[in-house]
Design a protein around this ligand. Structure first.
Ligand SMILES: [Zn+2]
Length: 628
């Protein structure tokens, strides 16, 4: 089905899959009865003799891998309530029949598999062996009758009263990558990975209910029986999500970007209308910055879904050309959670949406790079130190929030860990999001802010619609910035090295310490000494700034490879202060309170005040930990 006028001119992606799905949604049982026709074109260059599919909603069953892991390591929606099993938590994707067009019904041949953990009770992946292998260049068509039963909202999907956020709701084929199928089970911490293609989705649901979806709306008709049928088309995307709610208020606008005008459609909860202008301003600001720094947004529309009260587990999530926001009726203007959420989720349109890395295996390539650009966009739009909290008594920027998150778990898991293998959900979050952002921020100190952004732009242009892996990223960055940064990537991506440079000792003593002559300013020569210790294991060049009582300042450099280094100055002035990282750019440094020494510091007082702010920052960081 062609999209009406809004279609793009030429395919942007390789369009491996074409999904046509028609479903009827029962708003009372929160179930969708649907038929999916998937045309898969074999562009792998290899003959394919089996096909794995995700059935994500089967994660919400007591013995699933998702629930087992959520009990063990946590998941981002964990609440008191979800700690005990209740029937409303149940979700499922039930395949009623599966036919390979031209080869007949193969439902009985469906086999559930658990490639990651061997859990025989997990039903989130099944495989089918077609009677005839599919040769390179050939297509195969699957016709699947399925019922999607949504849980009360959990992990970004489900209902709350009449509100529904339908994510990961249909049988989705895996990705054939590097000579093998990549089709992981649904894990408590992991997100998703799929091939690009087209989606034509036709939904029948209660008449007059507002509907939002990936892509653009291509038709709507009132069936005269209390239902309506709405159709949507999306292309060059790898997933499709939709939402419905009778109560929402639709706010529409558009934005003119370098390559095209993009329609903005927001589905707002009436009680949240105060946040509508906040969402809109953040979205437009983010769209302009991405257009300027990273590349053009190629799609005709972006849809923002504001989840119902009590459904914030559906908030803060990205789907292609559709994002979910989060706010509450009481959200103060000084706490920028609505802005930050919209910025973050829009940013995913680039890294998750277009670059489309494997979120199961390389979560940081999406969440982390996105979190770094979030720092830059939020700095530009709302101020470097005020972009998270901006009140008279307290301000907080993105960097400080990330460091509070990262510092306590800095040496547990490397960025390169597969998403479901982290020690717990807290480490997954702190490493995938916060550490990656801080790694890129710290890189600015080494190669320059503009150079890092230029590298990301080049990486985006080279790998959009291509599913790059970490080696592709580091090679593209090295090339774009004209430097081999492998020594840096090795420690920050593949290692758990931690950075903690500190002033171990500092002070001055007159050179003629044995002399009985009185000290005389400008005449007496002092032996000034600072010892910098590399307390962590990360090797990074160190810059030390020392200030003297004659008003002079010196900056010294050390390669940061040994465990400590002594700096010495014999001069007619006394040391008054010393600081490592004087530009405050090494945000990977897990303890910034030991970076400086002052002759007259009242360390206890400043430490105590800092402690209060740390507590508040930790609380605020917690408030954001559900961001996906
Ligand atoms: Zn995210």
């Amino acid at each position: 089905m062609a999209a009406s006028g809004a279609a793009q001119s030429a395919p942007l992606s390789d369009r491996v899959v074409a999904y046509r799905i028609e479903g009827v949604y029962n708003a009372k049982t929160h179930a969708l009865d649907a038929t999916e026709i998937l045309t898969y074109t074999n562009k792998t260059g290899t003959t394919l003799d089996r096909f794995p599919f995700h059935l994500y909603l089967n994660a919400f069953q007591p013995k699933s891998t998702w629930e087992t892991e959520a009990k063990r390591i946590g998941q981002r929606d964990t609440t008191e309530e979800s700690a005990r099993w209740e029937d409303k938590h149940y979700g499922s994707n039930e395949v009623k029949s599966l036919e390979i067009v031209g080869a007949g019904d193969v439902t009985k041949q469906m086999k559930f598999v658990s490639p990651d953990d061997g859990n025989v009770d997990d039903r989130t992946v099944f495989e089918i062996v077609p009677p005839k292998p599919v040769k390179p260049g050939e297509s195969i068509q699957f016709k699947i009758h399925f019922v999607a039963k949504f849980p009360e909202v959990v992990a970004r999907s489900g209902y709350k009263r009449d509100f529904l956020m339908a994510g990961q709701w249909f049988p989705k084929v895996g990705v054939f990558l590097n000579g093998a199928w990549n089709c992981h089970q649904y894990h408590a911490t992991t997100e998703f990975f799929a091939d690009f293609g087209t989606f034509d989705v036709k939904l029948t649901l209660p008449a007059k209910w507002n509907v939002g979806a990936s892509g653009v709306q291509t038709g709507a008709r009132d069936n005269g029986d209390g239902t309506q049928t709405v159709s949507f088309h999306a292309e060059d995307v790898h997933d499709f999500a939709w939402t419905t709610d009778p109560a929402t208020i639709v706010v529409e606008d558009s934005i003119k970007l370098s390559s095209r005008t993009v329609k903005i459609r927001m589905l707002m909860q009436p009680a949240h209308m105060a946040s509508a202008p906040r969402y809109m301003a953040a979205l437009k600001g983010a769209m302009r910055k991405f257009d300027e720094w990273i590349g053009p947004y190629p799609y005709p529309q972006i849809t923002v879904v504001d989840p119902a009260h009590g459904a914030s587990a559906a908030g803060g999530m990205e789907y292609p050309t559709l994002i979910t926001a989060d706010t509450s009726w009481w959200m103060p203007k000084s706490v920028l959670i609505p802005e930050l959420t919209v910025e973050h989720e829009f940013g995913h349109q680039y890294w998750y949406g277009m670059v489309a890395t494997n979120e199961f295996e390389d979560a940081w390539m999406d969440e982390g790079i996105n979190s770094y650009v979030q720092v830059k966009v939020m700095d530009a739009l709302y101020g470097k130190t005020t972009s998270y909290v901006n009140s008279r008594l307290y301000t907080l920027g993105q960097r400080g929030a990330y460091l509070t998150d990262y510092a306590p778990v800095a040496d547990l898991d490397p960025l390169s860990r597969k998403g479901w293998l982290f020690v717990d959900d807290g480490s997954y979050d702190a490493i995938s999001y916060s550490k990656s952002a801080l790694m890129m921020v710290t890189l600015e100190s080494l190669i320059g802010e503009k150079t890092v952004m230029h590298g990301l732009h080049e990486y985006f242009e080279r790998y959009k619609f291509k599913h790059p892996n970490p080696a592709d990223f580091t090679a593209a960055m090295n090339e774009a910035v004209g430097q081999n940064l492998d020594w840096y990537w090795k420690q920050s991506i593949y290692g758990t090295e931690t950075l903690d440079d500190c002033i171990l000792k500092a002070g001055s003593e007159r050179v003629d310490w044995y002399s009985k002559a009185p000290e005389e300013k400008g005449v007496t020569v002092y032996h000034n000494e600072v010892i910098v210790q590399r307390k962590g294991t990360f090797e990074l060049p160190v810059v030390l700034e020392a200030k003297f009582d004659d008003g002079s300042t010196v900056r010294e450099h050390w390669d940061g490879k040994d465990r400590w280094h002594r700096f010495v100055w014999d001069r007619k002035a006394k040391l008054v202060s010393a600081e490592v990282d004087p530009e405050h750019g090494y945000w990977l440094d897990r303890d910034r309170y030991n970076n400086s020494w002052t002759e007259k510091a009242d360390r206890r007082a400043s430490g105590k005040v800092a402690g209060y702010w740390t507590l508040l920052t930790q609380w605020l960081e917690q408030a954001l930990s559900w961001l996906a």
